[in-house]
Design a protein around this ligand. Structure first.
Ligand SMILES: [Zn+2]
Length: 554
C-alpha cells in the first residue's frame, strides 16, 4: 500500500513574518504554498533581498507539481522567479496575484505560460493528487485566498495573512460559508496567520480610511498633499483616488513598484477610476500642486524611493512646500522604524506637516486579523490541530494561549521553526525530522546570490576594519628580503598606533622565522600570519579586523 503520510515543512514564514514558503510532500509529489522574499537586516551589507533556501525542493525537483499562491504581497510571491530559475512548474493564483507576478516574469525573462489563474468561485480543483478548495479571505491586497487542501484522506486548511472585513473596499467579504463547509469534513490541521494574536478585539475594515483621506483633502484645500503607502495596497490607493476626485484633484502615481501595480490593477479591472484622473509625472508642471494628489512609494522610509528623494530634496520634479501635507498610511515593517523616523524628520525640516499614526488616528488599519479574528477563524474551522504561521515566535505563543482557550489542548498546537517538519497521517499530526534551512541573500544590482561568507566579511570589515600585510619575497633565494609593511583601514589610526604596528610586524617576522622551511607553501604561511596576528590584535585591541597577507615578489 502507498505510504499515506503527508509531510509539511515551513521553509520560511513561521518565525520572522516574511519569506513565506511551505512544502507539502507525499510519497510522490510536492506542492509548494507561497514563495516570498524577506528583507535584509541592517547589518547585511549590500544585500537587497533575502529569499528562502530552495535546496530541499531543488534536491527533490522531480516531485514538485506546482506552486500555489495565497495573495500578492512580496513576502508571498517575490521569490517565485528565483525558484522558477531552478524548476519549471505551474504557478496557481488569482488574477491580480498573477498580474503582479507577470510583471516580475518580464524582468526575469520567464515564460508566462506557467501561470494558471484560479477562479475563486469554482468549488475545487486538482493539482496532482492534491484536491484544493479555494475560499476568499480579506487582507490589505485584494484577491486574497485561503485553501482547503485535501490529500491522502487528510484535510488541511491553509489560511495565510487574513482578517474578516464585512465591508471591504473592493473585495468580497471573507467566505465564511465555504470555511464552515470545510469544517464539516473534520479538518486535521489549521495553519493560520498569527501576527495580530496579541492585539485585542477585531481589526477594522479598510473602509474607515476613506474618511481620513476625505478629511485630509477637505481640511487642506490649496495645499500640496502627498500620500505614501504600500504599493500593493490597491484598495487604499482606490480610496485616495476617490477622495481626490471629490475634491477636484488629479492623481500622480510616483515610484516604480506602485506605478506597475496600479497599472496591473487598472488593466485587470480592480482599480475603478477614469483614466482622465491620472496625470503623468512629466506633465505635473502644467498643474498647480493644489489640484494634484501624489501617491508614492517610500512608506518604509526607503532612501531610494520617490519620497526618500523628495525628503533629501534631490527629486527632480517635486519639492516640499512650506505647507505641504505628507501622509504615511502603512504599518512599518520590522527593521524600518529608524528609517521612517529619519524620513519624517527630514520632511519636517523642509516645512511639511507629516501625518503618521502616532499623531493622527485612522491613517492605517492592519491587513492582519487581531485576536478576535483569529479566535473566530479557529472556532469556525474546528480543526483537531493548529499551526500558527506568518508571525514571530512571540506571536505564535500568543496564538496558542489565545486559541487554546476555546477548549483545545495546548499539545495540539505546533509552533514550528523553519525546517521543522510535521507528519500528518490518518487525521493525526506529530513532529517529524528537522531539516537544515538557511537563507539566500540577493544583490539586487546583479540579481545574483551572495555567499554568506561575503556577508560575514562585510560585517567584519564594517565592525573592525582591515589590516593588510605586504611580505616581500624573493622566489630565487626562497627568502623574505626587505621590510614587511603593515597598513590598515578602519581598524586603528595608523599615526597614533606605531607601537602596535611595530609589534605586529615583529609577530609576522617571527612566524616567517619559525616556518622558514615552509616558505614555498604560501597558503600555509598566510594562514599562520592570519592566526597569529588575529590573536595578537584581539588581545591588544579587543577587535577582529580582516587580515590580508599579501606576498610581494621582489
Ligand atoms: Zn500579506
Amino acid at each position: 500500500m502507498e505510504n499515506a503520510q503527508v509531510k509539511l515543512i515551513p521553509i520560511g514564514g513561521t518565525t520572522n513574518v516574511n519569506k513565506n514558503m511551505y512544502v507539502y510532500e507525499t510519497e510522490n509529489e510536492i506542492l509548494i504554498v507561497d514563495c516570498g522574499i524577506g528583507f535584509p537586516d541592517a547589518d547585511m551589507y549590500g544585500v537587497d533581498i533575502v529569499i528562502p533556501d530552495f535546496s530541499y525542493v531543488i534536491e527533490r525537483s522531480e516531485k514538485v507539481i506546482g506552486i500555489l499562491l495565497t495573495h500578492g504581497h512580496e513576502d508571498h510571491i517575490g521569490a517565485v522567479p528565483y525558484l522558477l530559475a531552478h524548476i519549471n512548474v505551474p504557478v496557481y493564483g488569482t488574477k491580480l496575484v498573477l498580474g503582479f507576478l507577470r510583471e516580475k516574469f518580464k524582468e526575469h525573462n520567464i515564460d508566462k505560460s506557467v501561470l494558471k489563474i484560479i477562479d475563486p468561485d469554482i468549488p475545487n480543483f486538482k493539482i496532482g493528487s492534491f484536491n484544493i478548495t479555494p475560499f476568499r479571505v480579506n487582507h490589505s491586497v485584494p484577491d486574497s485566498l485561503a485553501y482547503g487542501i485535501k490529500i491522502n484522506n487528510n484535510l488541511i486548511i491553509h489560511v495565510s495573512d487574513f482578517k474578516f472585513d464585512w465591508s471591504p473596499v473592493m473585495d468580497k467579504p471573507f467566505e465564511v460559508g465555504k470555511l464552515a463547509k470545510l469544517a464539516d469534513e473534520n479538518p486535521t490541521l489549521l495553519l493560520s496567520d498569527s501576527l495580530g494574536s496579541s492585539t485585542s478585539g477585531y481589526t477594522r475594515s479598510e473602509r474607515v480610511l476613506g474618511e481620513t483621506f476625505q478629511m485630509a483633502m477637505e481640511k487642506n484645500e490649496g495645499k500640496q498633499i502627498i500620500v505614501t503607502t504600500v504599493s500593493s495596497n490597491i484598495s487604499r490607493i482606490q480610496q485616495v483616488i476617490d477622495s481626490a476626485i471629490k475634491h477636484r484633484r488629479k492623481v500622480v502615481i510616483i515610484g516604480r513598484s506602485i506605478k506597475t501595480n496600479v497599472e496591473v490593477a487598472r488593466t485587470l479591472g480592480y482599480l475603478n477610476s477614469p483614466v482622465s484622473v491620472f496625470v503623468d509625472e512629466k506633465e505635473i508642471s502644467k498643474y498647480k500642486d493644489e489640484n494634484l494628489v501624489y501617491i508614492m512609494t517610500g512608506a518604509y522610509g526607503q532612501s531610494e524611493s520617490a519620497l526618500g528623494r523628495i525628503a533629501s530634496a534631490t527629486h527632480k520634479n517635486i519639492k516640499i512646500q512650506d505647507d505641504s501635507i505628507v501622509i504615511f498610511s502603512a504599518d512599518p515593517i520590522p527593521g524600518s522604524f529608524n528609517q521612517i523616523d529619519a524620513m519624517i524628520d527630514k520632511l519636517t525640516l523642509l516645512g511639511a506637516e507629516v501625518w503618521y499614526k502616532d499623531v493622527q488616528e485612522n491613517l492605517h488599519v492592519s491587513g492582519h486579523g487581531a485576536s478576535g479574528d483569529i479566535t473566530m477563524l479557529a472556532a469556525i474551522a474546528k480543526p483537531k490541530y493548529f499551526m500558527p504561521i506568518g508571525g514571530t515566535i512571540k506571536s505564535m505563543r500568543a496564538y496558542t494561549n489565545l486559541v487554546s482557550k476555546l477548549g483545545h489542548n495546548k499539545e495540539n498546537f505546533f509552533e514550528l521553526s523553519e525546517g521543522q517538519s510535521l507528519l500528518i497521517e490518518n487525521g493525526n499530526v506529530r513532529l517529524g525530522e528537522v531539516y537544515k534551512i538557511g537563507s539566500v541573500f540577493i544583490d539586487g544590482n546583479r540579481q545574483k546570490s551572495l555567499d554568506p561568507i561575503v556577508i560575514k566579511d562585510r560585517q567584519q570589515l564594517a565592525d573592525d576594519g582591515i589590516v593588510a600585510i605586504a611580505i616581500p619575497f624573493n622566489s630565487k633565494t626562497q627568502k623574505v628580503s626587505g621590510k614587511i609593511e603593515i597598513n590598515s583601514r578602519g581598524f586603528v589610526y595608523m599615526k597614533e598606533s606605531k607601537g602596535l604596528i611595530h609589534n605586529a610586524t615583529q609577530k609576522v617576522e617571527k612566524v616567517i622565522l619559525l616556518n622558514k622551511d615552509k616558505l614555498s607553501d604560501w597558503n600555509f604561511i598566510k594562514q599562520e600570519v592570519d592566526k597569529e596576528l588575529g590573536k595578537f590584535f584581539y588581545k591588544e585591541t579587543g577587535r577582529n579586523p580582516v587580515i590580508l597577507p599579501i606576498i610581494v615578489e621582489v
